[in-house]
Design a protein around this ligand. Structure first.
Ligand code: CP
Length: 310
Protein backbone atom coordinates (compact mmCIF):
# COMPACT_ATOMS: atom_id res chain seq x y z
CA UNK A 1 0.00 0.00 0.00
CA UNK A 2 1.39 3.44 -0.92
CA UNK A 3 2.07 5.68 2.10
CA UNK A 4 -0.46 8.42 2.93
CA UNK A 5 2.18 10.55 4.61
CA UNK A 6 3.45 12.16 1.38
CA UNK A 7 0.00 13.43 0.39
CA UNK A 8 -0.61 17.00 1.56
CA UNK A 9 -4.18 17.72 0.41
CA UNK A 10 -6.79 17.91 3.13
CA UNK A 11 -9.62 18.36 0.61
CA UNK A 12 -10.10 17.01 -2.93
CA UNK A 13 -11.88 19.87 -4.70
CA UNK A 14 -10.55 19.35 -8.22
CA UNK A 15 -7.67 18.00 -10.28
CA UNK A 16 -6.63 21.62 -10.83
CA UNK A 17 -5.06 21.62 -7.35
CA UNK A 18 -3.24 18.30 -7.80
CA UNK A 19 0.28 18.05 -9.21
CA UNK A 20 1.45 15.29 -11.51
CA UNK A 21 3.14 13.68 -8.47
CA UNK A 22 -0.09 13.88 -6.43
CA UNK A 23 -2.03 12.20 -9.24
CA UNK A 24 0.61 9.46 -9.63
CA UNK A 25 0.50 8.88 -5.87
CA UNK A 26 -3.31 8.57 -5.87
CA UNK A 27 -3.23 6.16 -8.82
CA UNK A 28 -0.54 4.02 -7.16
CA UNK A 29 -2.55 3.93 -3.94
CA UNK A 30 -5.72 3.02 -5.84
CA UNK A 31 -3.84 0.26 -7.63
CA UNK A 32 -2.76 -1.20 -4.29
CA UNK A 33 -6.36 -1.10 -2.98
CA UNK A 34 -7.98 -2.65 -6.07
CA UNK A 35 -7.24 -6.22 -5.02
CA UNK A 36 -9.36 -5.84 -1.84
CA UNK A 37 -12.53 -5.81 -3.95
CA UNK A 38 -11.65 -9.23 -5.42
CA UNK A 39 -11.37 -10.98 -2.03
CA UNK A 40 -14.16 -13.16 -0.67
CA UNK A 41 -14.21 -10.95 2.47
CA UNK A 42 -14.06 -7.45 0.95
CA UNK A 43 -13.17 -5.49 4.05
CA UNK A 44 -10.05 -4.01 5.67
CA UNK A 45 -9.99 -2.13 8.99
CA UNK A 46 -8.14 0.96 7.62
CA UNK A 47 -10.89 3.52 8.37
CA UNK A 48 -12.56 1.76 11.31
CA UNK A 49 -14.16 4.30 13.65
CA UNK A 50 -14.22 7.06 11.01
CA UNK A 51 -17.46 8.74 9.99
CA UNK A 52 -18.16 9.58 6.35
CA UNK A 53 -21.20 11.56 5.19
CA UNK A 54 -22.45 11.46 1.60
CA UNK A 55 -24.19 14.77 0.88
CA UNK A 56 -25.66 14.43 -2.60
CA UNK A 57 -27.86 17.29 -3.84
CA UNK A 58 -28.02 15.88 -7.39
CA UNK A 59 -28.92 12.40 -8.64
CA UNK A 60 -26.14 9.83 -8.83
CA UNK A 61 -25.89 6.08 -9.30
CA UNK A 62 -22.19 5.39 -9.80
CA UNK A 63 -20.44 8.05 -7.72
CA UNK A 64 -22.59 7.82 -4.62
CA UNK A 65 -22.65 4.04 -4.51
CA UNK A 66 -18.96 3.86 -5.34
CA UNK A 67 -17.99 6.19 -2.46
CA UNK A 68 -20.24 4.21 -0.12
CA UNK A 69 -18.83 0.86 -1.24
CA UNK A 70 -15.28 2.28 -0.91
CA UNK A 71 -15.96 3.56 2.61
CA UNK A 72 -17.59 0.32 3.77
CA UNK A 73 -14.76 -1.79 2.32
CA UNK A 74 -12.46 0.24 4.58
CA UNK A 75 -14.77 -0.27 7.60
CA UNK A 76 -15.85 3.38 7.91
CA UNK A 77 -19.34 4.30 9.15
CA UNK A 78 -21.28 5.94 6.30
CA UNK A 79 -24.41 8.09 6.27
CA UNK A 80 -26.35 9.48 3.30
CA UNK A 81 -28.22 12.76 2.99
CA UNK A 82 -30.18 13.66 -0.14
CA UNK A 83 -31.98 16.93 -0.96
CA UNK A 84 -35.42 15.51 -0.19
CA UNK A 85 -34.28 14.48 3.31
CA UNK A 86 -32.21 17.58 4.10
CA UNK A 87 -33.39 20.83 5.68
CA UNK A 88 -32.22 22.82 2.64
CA UNK A 89 -35.78 22.13 1.39
CA UNK A 90 -36.95 24.22 4.38
CA UNK A 91 -34.77 27.18 3.47
CA UNK A 92 -31.57 26.33 5.36
CA UNK A 93 -28.43 27.54 3.57
CA UNK A 94 -25.73 25.12 2.50
CA UNK A 95 -23.33 26.82 4.93
CA UNK A 96 -25.74 26.31 7.85
CA UNK A 97 -26.40 22.71 6.83
CA UNK A 98 -22.62 22.23 6.72
CA UNK A 99 -22.06 23.75 10.19
CA UNK A 100 -24.77 21.50 11.66
CA UNK A 101 -23.28 18.41 10.05
CA UNK A 102 -19.85 19.52 11.28
CA UNK A 103 -21.17 19.69 14.85
CA UNK A 104 -21.62 15.89 14.67
CA UNK A 105 -17.86 15.50 14.04
CA UNK A 106 -17.71 13.63 10.73
CA UNK A 107 -14.23 12.89 9.39
CA UNK A 108 -15.02 13.20 5.68
CA UNK A 109 -17.91 14.84 3.81
CA UNK A 110 -18.46 13.91 0.17
CA UNK A 111 -20.59 16.45 -1.69
CA UNK A 112 -22.29 16.60 -5.08
CA UNK A 113 -24.05 19.86 -5.88
CA UNK A 114 -25.46 21.63 -8.94
CA UNK A 115 -23.51 24.81 -8.06
CA UNK A 116 -19.85 25.09 -9.05
CA UNK A 117 -17.87 25.97 -5.93
CA UNK A 118 -20.21 24.32 -3.39
CA UNK A 119 -17.46 21.90 -2.21
CA UNK A 120 -15.07 24.85 -1.72
CA UNK A 121 -17.70 26.68 0.33
CA UNK A 122 -18.26 23.54 2.40
CA UNK A 123 -14.53 23.10 3.01
CA UNK A 124 -14.46 26.59 4.55
CA UNK A 125 -17.32 25.83 6.95
CA UNK A 126 -16.36 22.41 8.32
CA UNK A 127 -13.46 20.69 10.08
CA UNK A 128 -13.93 17.48 8.07
CA UNK A 129 -12.06 16.70 4.88
CA UNK A 130 -14.25 17.51 1.86
CA UNK A 131 -14.29 15.52 -1.37
CA UNK A 132 -15.98 16.96 -4.45
CA UNK A 133 -18.24 14.33 -6.07
CA UNK A 134 -19.17 16.72 -8.90
CA UNK A 135 -20.03 20.43 -8.69
CA UNK A 136 -22.01 22.00 -11.51
CA UNK A 137 -19.96 22.20 -14.69
CA UNK A 138 -16.75 22.72 -12.68
CA UNK A 139 -15.01 19.44 -11.75
CA UNK A 140 -15.58 15.77 -10.96
CA UNK A 141 -12.13 14.84 -9.66
CA UNK A 142 -12.76 11.22 -8.66
CA UNK A 143 -14.20 10.54 -12.15
CA UNK A 144 -11.14 12.14 -13.76
CA UNK A 145 -8.87 9.98 -11.59
CA UNK A 146 -10.70 6.74 -12.36
CA UNK A 147 -10.51 7.58 -16.05
CA UNK A 148 -6.76 8.08 -15.74
CA UNK A 149 -6.42 4.81 -13.83
CA UNK A 150 -8.40 2.88 -16.46
CA UNK A 151 -6.24 4.17 -19.32
CA UNK A 152 -2.98 3.71 -17.39
CA UNK A 153 -3.86 0.06 -16.67
CA UNK A 154 -4.19 -0.62 -20.40
CA UNK A 155 -1.40 1.60 -21.72
CA UNK A 156 1.16 1.53 -18.84
CA UNK A 157 1.95 5.21 -19.36
CA UNK A 158 -0.31 8.21 -19.93
CA UNK A 159 2.44 10.18 -21.60
CA UNK A 160 2.18 10.71 -25.35
CA UNK A 161 -1.39 9.39 -25.72
CA UNK A 162 -4.09 10.98 -27.87
CA UNK A 163 -7.39 11.29 -26.01
CA UNK A 164 -10.48 12.20 -28.10
CA UNK A 165 -13.17 13.81 -25.94
CA UNK A 166 -16.47 14.05 -27.80
CA UNK A 167 -19.78 15.69 -26.91
CA UNK A 168 -21.10 18.28 -24.50
CA UNK A 169 -17.84 19.81 -23.31
CA UNK A 170 -19.42 23.07 -22.13
CA UNK A 171 -21.61 21.60 -19.40
CA UNK A 172 -19.43 18.66 -18.42
CA UNK A 173 -17.47 18.64 -15.17
CA UNK A 174 -16.01 15.32 -16.31
CA UNK A 175 -14.60 17.05 -19.41
CA UNK A 176 -12.85 19.67 -17.27
CA UNK A 177 -11.36 17.11 -14.88
CA UNK A 178 -10.32 14.83 -17.75
CA UNK A 179 -8.70 17.65 -19.73
CA UNK A 180 -6.78 18.83 -16.67
CA UNK A 181 -5.85 15.29 -15.59
CA UNK A 182 -4.80 13.84 -18.94
CA UNK A 183 -2.82 16.90 -20.02
CA UNK A 184 -1.07 17.08 -16.65
CA UNK A 185 -0.01 13.44 -17.11
CA UNK A 186 1.39 14.13 -20.59
CA UNK A 187 -1.50 13.09 -22.87
CA UNK A 188 -2.85 15.29 -25.67
CA UNK A 189 -6.60 15.92 -25.40
CA UNK A 190 -8.53 16.64 -28.62
CA UNK A 191 -12.12 17.81 -28.22
CA UNK A 192 -15.03 17.92 -30.62
CA UNK A 193 -18.75 18.48 -30.28
CA UNK A 194 -21.62 20.73 -31.39
CA UNK A 195 -20.32 24.32 -31.54
CA UNK A 196 -23.04 25.35 -29.05
CA UNK A 197 -21.56 22.86 -26.56
CA UNK A 198 -17.90 23.90 -26.80
CA UNK A 199 -16.92 26.52 -24.21
CA UNK A 200 -14.86 29.58 -25.07
CA UNK A 201 -11.21 29.29 -24.01
CA UNK A 202 -11.07 25.48 -24.16
CA UNK A 203 -7.47 25.81 -25.42
CA UNK A 204 -6.53 27.60 -22.20
CA UNK A 205 -7.34 24.37 -20.37
CA UNK A 206 -4.79 22.64 -22.59
CA UNK A 207 -7.14 20.91 -25.06
CA UNK A 208 -7.04 21.12 -28.86
CA UNK A 209 -10.36 21.93 -30.54
CA UNK A 210 -10.94 19.83 -33.68
CA UNK A 211 -13.00 20.83 -36.69
CA UNK A 212 -14.46 17.38 -37.41
CA UNK A 213 -15.25 14.13 -35.62
CA UNK A 214 -12.87 12.32 -37.95
CA UNK A 215 -10.00 14.66 -37.03
CA UNK A 216 -10.65 14.18 -33.31
CA UNK A 217 -10.86 10.37 -33.45
CA UNK A 218 -8.15 9.62 -36.06
CA UNK A 219 -5.25 7.67 -34.42
CA UNK A 220 -6.70 8.21 -30.94
CA UNK A 221 -5.67 5.89 -28.10
CA UNK A 222 -8.88 6.68 -26.23
CA UNK A 223 -12.32 7.75 -27.50
CA UNK A 224 -14.24 9.23 -24.58
CA UNK A 225 -17.83 10.29 -25.18
CA UNK A 226 -19.85 12.53 -22.89
CA UNK A 227 -23.55 12.70 -22.17
CA UNK A 228 -25.59 15.74 -23.21
CA UNK A 229 -26.15 17.52 -19.89
CA UNK A 230 -29.77 18.58 -20.44
CA UNK A 231 -30.07 19.50 -16.75
CA UNK A 232 -27.45 22.26 -17.18
CA UNK A 233 -28.88 23.77 -20.38
CA UNK A 234 -31.34 26.63 -20.00
CA UNK A 235 -32.34 26.63 -23.68
CA UNK A 236 -32.22 23.69 -26.10
CA UNK A 237 -28.78 23.79 -27.75
CA UNK A 238 -29.31 20.88 -30.14
CA UNK A 239 -31.81 20.41 -32.97
CA UNK A 240 -32.59 16.79 -31.92
CA UNK A 241 -30.93 13.77 -30.33
CA UNK A 242 -31.31 11.85 -33.61
CA UNK A 243 -29.39 14.59 -35.38
CA UNK A 244 -26.76 14.52 -32.61
CA UNK A 245 -26.34 10.73 -32.89
CA UNK A 246 -25.84 11.04 -36.66
CA UNK A 247 -23.26 13.82 -36.44
CA UNK A 248 -21.46 13.16 -33.15
CA UNK A 249 -22.16 9.52 -32.20
CA UNK A 250 -19.27 7.04 -32.29
CA UNK A 251 -20.32 4.50 -34.90
CA UNK A 252 -18.18 1.50 -35.79
CA UNK A 253 -17.00 3.40 -38.87
CA UNK A 254 -15.85 6.38 -36.82
CA UNK A 255 -14.18 4.13 -34.23
CA UNK A 256 -12.22 2.37 -37.00
CA UNK A 257 -10.34 5.67 -37.56
CA UNK A 258 -8.82 5.40 -34.07
CA UNK A 259 -5.93 3.07 -33.24
CA UNK A 260 -7.00 -0.59 -33.64
CA UNK A 261 -6.78 -1.13 -29.87
CA UNK A 262 -8.29 2.25 -28.91
CA UNK A 263 -10.31 2.26 -25.69
CA UNK A 264 -13.97 3.35 -25.75
CA UNK A 265 -14.90 5.16 -22.54
CA UNK A 266 -17.91 6.95 -21.09
CA UNK A 267 -18.40 8.27 -17.55
CA UNK A 268 -22.05 7.18 -17.54
CA UNK A 269 -24.94 7.32 -17.56
CA UNK A 270 -24.84 6.34 -21.27
CA UNK A 271 -27.70 7.36 -23.54
CA UNK A 272 -27.64 4.28 -25.77
CA UNK A 273 -28.04 5.11 -29.42
CA UNK A 274 -27.11 8.76 -28.84
CA UNK A 275 -23.44 9.02 -27.79
CA UNK A 276 -22.72 5.37 -28.55
CA UNK A 277 -24.62 2.65 -30.43
CA UNK A 278 -25.00 -0.59 -28.38
CA UNK A 279 -22.47 -2.49 -30.51
CA UNK A 280 -19.77 0.06 -29.59
CA UNK A 281 -20.86 0.60 -25.95
CA UNK A 282 -20.78 -3.19 -25.38
CA UNK A 283 -18.06 -3.99 -27.93
CA UNK A 284 -14.59 -5.44 -27.30
CA UNK A 285 -12.94 -2.00 -27.11
CA UNK A 286 -15.32 -0.70 -24.44
CA UNK A 287 -13.87 -0.31 -20.92
CA UNK A 288 -16.94 1.45 -19.50
CA UNK A 289 -17.47 -1.12 -16.75
CA UNK A 290 -13.73 -1.18 -15.94
CA UNK A 291 -14.12 2.55 -15.25
CA UNK A 292 -16.82 1.72 -12.69
CA UNK A 293 -14.67 -1.00 -11.06
CA UNK A 294 -11.70 1.36 -10.83
CA UNK A 295 -13.96 4.03 -9.34
CA UNK A 296 -14.17 2.05 -6.10
CA UNK A 297 -10.37 1.69 -5.88
CA UNK A 298 -9.80 5.39 -6.62
CA UNK A 299 -12.33 6.42 -3.97
CA UNK A 300 -10.78 4.06 -1.42
CA UNK A 301 -7.46 5.77 -2.15
CA UNK A 302 -8.92 9.28 -1.77
CA UNK A 303 -10.60 8.43 1.56
CA UNK A 304 -7.37 6.89 2.84
CA UNK A 305 -5.15 9.73 1.68
CA UNK A 306 -7.27 12.62 3.00
CA UNK A 307 -7.51 10.86 6.39
CA UNK A 308 -3.71 10.71 6.42
CA UNK A 309 -3.62 14.51 6.40
CA UNK A 310 -5.86 15.01 9.48
N1 CP B 1 -20.18 9.30 -13.74
C1 CP B 1 -21.07 9.78 -12.83
O1 CP B 1 -20.84 10.79 -12.16
O2 CP B 1 -22.20 9.02 -12.71
P1 CP B 1 -23.35 9.30 -11.65
O3 CP B 1 -24.03 10.58 -12.03
O4 CP B 1 -24.27 8.11 -11.73
O5 CP B 1 -22.71 9.42 -10.29
Amino acid sequence: MASGSTFAHRHILGLEQLSREDISHILATADSFKEISTRSIKKVPTLRGHTIINLFFEPSTRTRLSFEVAAKRMSADTFNISPSTSSTTKGETLADTARNISAMHPDIIIIRHACSGAPLLLSRCVKAAVINAGDGAHEHPSQGLLDLMTVKERRTTLSGLKIALIGDIAHSRVARSDIIGFTRMGSAVHVYGPSTLIPKGIDQLGATLCTSLEEAVRDADVVMTLRIQHERQNDPLLPSLREYARQFGISGRILSLAKPDALVMHPGPVNRGVELPPEVADGPQSVILDQVTNGVAVRMALLYLVMGTS
